[in-house]
Ligand binder design. Structure first.
Ligand code: PAF
Length: 284
């Protein structure tokens, strides 16, 4: 495994493999790797010939400076985990390699980014869309792998991939959960042991809504109430939002019909913001 910092070098390496008819797989990350990331890497290894993982804490997607500063960074530990899984290359650029002096071009994915997470983290998806576009353009992978946990990010990346004409597949893998049901996230490390136990209320609330849906309740407002009522039972948690939206367009849905619908929610607990979602699909 090789760790590469220079954009030009990872570009040349990836181009060489593509010219040799090798399938290039890419897993973009910000480091602080957990089991969710490792699952993406394993899938990438199975489905492609060359696995490239990027580790870059992207400053433009943090609307809160303190959050950026607090973000855990441990390249040595991350690299050890990736070497164990047989990753071929880590691309770990410095910020000025991604955003050179005078950088002024951003990617805005309209219509998908103002609600849900976008309403609470202004500019976040512009930063994500911009860095992902730069990374895709540098690596030009055949397949890039993302986790369903960040459902809005997935919708944004699928849209920019189509709109900007990237010839590649976006593979989306199910959310990996702790035994309690809590979705894996780098942010979980910032929860106290007590809050980590309480945080499972988010998944419980989504599951309660899913049960009602499977039991025949198609109305989004009623399902949202179930989520709100369940979260209220945990005094340590405050609900930021619960949204029931079309999975691809993220437009709000009133009654669940025949398309894939996302029920997504965010809570704050012990000063840590957590998100989670489930897919509700009548066709399953
Ligand atoms: O999901 C993440 O870790 C980040 O948003 C991503 C996709 C690596 C872009 O910085």
């Amino acid at each position: 495994m090789e760790i590469i910092n220079r954009r030009q070098r990872i570009f040349s390496i990836s181009r060489k493999f593509r010219r040799d008819d090798k399938k290039v797989g890419f897993v973009p990350t910000m480091g602080a790797l957990h089991a969710g990331h490792l699952k993406l890497v394993e899938e990438c290894r199975q489905r492609t010939d060359i696995t490239i993982v990027s580790i870059f804490v992207n400053p433009t997607q943090f609307n809160d400076k303190a959050d950026l500063e607090k973000y855990p960074r441990d390249l040595t530990q991350d690299a050890a985990m990736l070497a164990e899984l047989g990753v071929d290359y880590i691309y770990a650029p410095d910020a000025d390699e991604i955003y050179p002096e005078g950088f002024s071009t951003y990617v805005d994915v309209e219509g998908l980014t103002s609600r849900m997470e976008g309403a609470f983290r202004p500019g976040h998806f512009r930063g994500v869309a911009t860095v992902v576009t730069i990374l895709f353009n540098t690596i030009r992978p055949d397949i890039a792998f993302f986790g369903q946990k960040d459902a809005q990010q997935v919708a944004v990346i699928e849209r920019l991939t189509r709109d900007l004409g990237f010839e590649m597949e976006i593979a989306v893998l199910p959310t990996v959960r702790e035994p309690s049901g809590l979705a894996m996230s780098s942010r979980n490390e910032r929860l106290s042991d007590a809050d980590r136990k309480k945080a499972v209320v988010l998944f419980d609330a989504l599951c309660a809504a899913e049960r009602a849906f499977k039991g025949g309740e198609p109305n989004a407002a009623s399902l949202a109430e179930i989520v709100k009522d369940t979260i209220k039972k945990e005094p340590a948690a405050t609900l930021d939002y619960v949204s029931i939206v079309d999975r691809k367009t993220l437009q709000p849905i009133e009654k669940i019909g025949d398309s894939e619908v996302l029920i997504a929610a965010a809570i704050e607990i012990g000063g840590v913001r957590l998100i989670d979602n489930l897919i509700l699909d009548n066709r399953q």
